[in-house]
Design a protein around this ligand. Structure first.
Ligand code: COA
Length: 216
């Protein structure tokens, strides 16, 4: 199994994502060729943009409502890498089947050990274990980066995402009613949370490499 990394120093550069491929919580990931889960590179941006653009138009996942400009996605990706947070793709022999990344939960520094993440799987590869493989790899990468809590914000009608998160150890923490407006309707957002590593069982070490940097 190949493991590849993005250019530049990164806490997850040496991280082995391959164990999420063969048995991500007890199911076969894909039928034949398993994907490589690796750090994204700038060359992956068009593929990620295509995946995201489709879901903006057709799904409940994204909270953007207009297609992103490639430069905006490049900027977002670089911002996550600058904060030493994982930005992963599932690479199926050169085809990007999905991507997932973590971002600071809130910008204020007291939240620096908590991340919020996003995950998108290409429409042609949904329901084949890609999302589970990406999310479990992201959980491990965030843990390795020193994060202590991981938060997902999911549309209450997005059953596949709610089930995926629950299957990966997330618990529902609350619902914000009618905070979004998409496809002509008000939308509720479900907060899901998962503790990472020692979580709140140990004090953080602000001097250790790999902690989440505060937002600007
Ligand atoms: C949600 C999403 C990431 C799931 O990825 P996926 O690769 O299709 O999911 P997987 O095949 O890995 O399935 C993993 C688990 O998720 C749940 N799940 C996936 N698709 C589901 C569906 N259509 N209905 C119910 N549960 C589903 C199941 O628990 C499944 O485990 P199981 O197959 O053992 O029952 C993907 O469907 C997607 O990209 N959706 C559009 C974008 C989006 O909504 N992103 C999330 C934003 S919060």
């Amino acid at each position: 199994m190949r493991t590849e990394t993005a250019a530049g120093a990164h806490d997850m550069d040496a991280y082995d994502f391959t164990r999420h491929i063969s048995d991500p919580v007890g199911r076969t990931l894909v039928d034949s060729q398993p994907p490589v889960i690796r750090q994204s590179t700038e060359a992956d941006v068009p593929a990620m943009l295509e995946i995201y653009g489709y879901h903006i138009q057709h799904g409940l996942g994204p909270f953007d409502i207009e297609p992103l400009h490639p430069e905006e996605l490049k900027r977002r990706r670089k911002a996550m890498l600058k904060r030493r947070l994982p930005h992963l793709v599932a690479d199926l022999d050169g085809a990007i089947a999905g991507y997932a990344y973590a971002a600071p939960f809130r910008k204020r520094p007291a939240y620096r050990y908590t991340v919020e993440h996003s995950i998108y799987v290409h429409r042609d590869f949904q329901g084949r274990g890609i999302g589970r493989g990406l999310l479990s790899a992201l959980v491990d990468a965030c843990t390795a980066a020193g994060c202590r809590q991981m938060v997902a914000v999911v549309d209450s009608a997005n059953t596949p995402s709610l089930r995926l998160h629950e299957a990966c150890g997330f618990n529902q923490a609350g619902v914000l009613r009618s905070v979004g407006f998409k496809f002509g309707r008000w939308t509720d957002s479900v907060f899901l949370q998962r503790a990472l590593g020692p979580a709140d069982g140990a004090l953080p070490d602000d001097h250790r490499g790999g902690t989440v940097l505060a937002g600007d």
